[in-house]
Design a protein around this ligand. Structure first.
Ligand code: CP
Length: 310
């Protein structure tokens, strides 16, 4: 992709290293603007519709705040239960309609591929805010930006992801984004009942990423630069499967004590019980601080890249 202007962001596959670098430079500028002035009028006159067919705290709120801090307008629908979707309106018709009101549509939906479908029918750019168990590109960009900000580089790092990786869309997108960096080592630890998706595995193989799959993670802790913890996605599995995998991996102080001094514990939240609260105050834990704060700056950068033609 030469430029993100006017384009949908459905999958991280469409992003080049230069797109990512440009977004990160823009996110730095957004951080400065928010810290020093609070807001800018860079997207004055533009409107963003947020169509969230699934619950969200962070993604919804940070996109709304991002657009407001860029001086733009919003159509905020956090849940579609009071829209004509309940009368049976199709996704295709809904996004065609909202394309008349807004300059960009941010969409979350439980079905994998739904945002790609929407992008074919919308006449305005559509941004994927999570489509089922498939992808969550903006979260992965936030996570990557946070790693670079905190550790000063991506190249050469050992990134360890643990949890229900079979259903976790942010780690699907982040694993693929890490393929842009030649010397990353990726360790993926997930219970045997919820292996990583074939599509993700094939993508990493095609891109020659150094990666390995595990069912236990404890031996990998001392060499990890980043420990990325994920939630078991109860909403995407049967009660029976949930009972089998819940509580598989728990990160507590005894785990973090074995990590490098300069390393990171990340989680894109919500956290249930997979990271004990005794880890929260460790300086390496950034899931409730930098990782959340950067959501605003990176989403401001994404909106400006898509909506503003320089
Ligand atoms: N990280 C994330 O996507 O959080 P929400 O589900 O609250 O948006």
């Amino acid at each position: 992709m030469k430029t993100m202007y006017g384009k949908s962001l459905v999958t991280v596959d469409s992003l080049s290293l230069s797109d990512v670098d440009s977004l990160f430079q823009k996110a730095d500028i957004m951080r400065k603007i928010v810290t020093e002035k609070g807001a800018t009028d860079s997207l004055k006159g533009k409107v963003m519709a947020a169509l969230f067919y699934e619950p969200s705290s962070r993604t919804f709120s940070s996109f709304i705040t991002a657009m407001q801090r860029l001086g733009g307008g919003i159509v905020p629908l956090n849940g579609m239960s009071h829209t004509s979707v309940v009368k049976g309106e199709t996704l295709e018709d809904t996004v065609r309609v909202f394309s008349n009101y807004a300059d960009a549509i941010v969409m979350r939906h439980p079905d994998p591929g739904s945002v790609e479908l929407a992008s074919r029918f919308a006449t305005k750019p559509v941004i994927n805010a999570g489509d089922g168990i498939n992808e969550h590109p903006t979260q992965a960009l936030i996570d990557l930006y946070t790693i670079q900000q905190q550790l000063g580089r991506i190249d050469g790092l050992h990134i360890l992801m643990i949890g229900d990786l079979g259903h976790y869309r942010p780690t699907n997108s982040l694993s693929k984004l890490l393929a842009l960096y030649p010397n990353v080592t990726l360790s993926l630890a997930t219970p045997s009942q919820v292996p990583i998706q074939d599509g993700v595995r094939k993508y990493l193989q095609q891109k020659n990423v150094t990666f390995a799959e595990y069912t236990d993670f404890k031996d990998l802790i001392p060499t990890a630069d980043v420990l990325y913890v994920t939630r078991v996605k109860k909403e995407y599995m049967s009660e029976e499967l949930y009972k089998k995998v819940k509580g598989s991996y728990i990160v507590d102080k005894s785990v973090v004590d074995k990590m490098k001094k300069k390393s990171l514990v990340m989680h894109c939240l919500p956290r249930i019980d997979e990271i004990h609260t005794d880890v929260d105050s460790d300086p390496r834990s950034i899931y409730l601080t930098h990782q959340v704060a950067n959501g605003l700056y990176v989403r401001m950068a994404i909106l400006e890249a898509i909506l503003k033609n320089k």
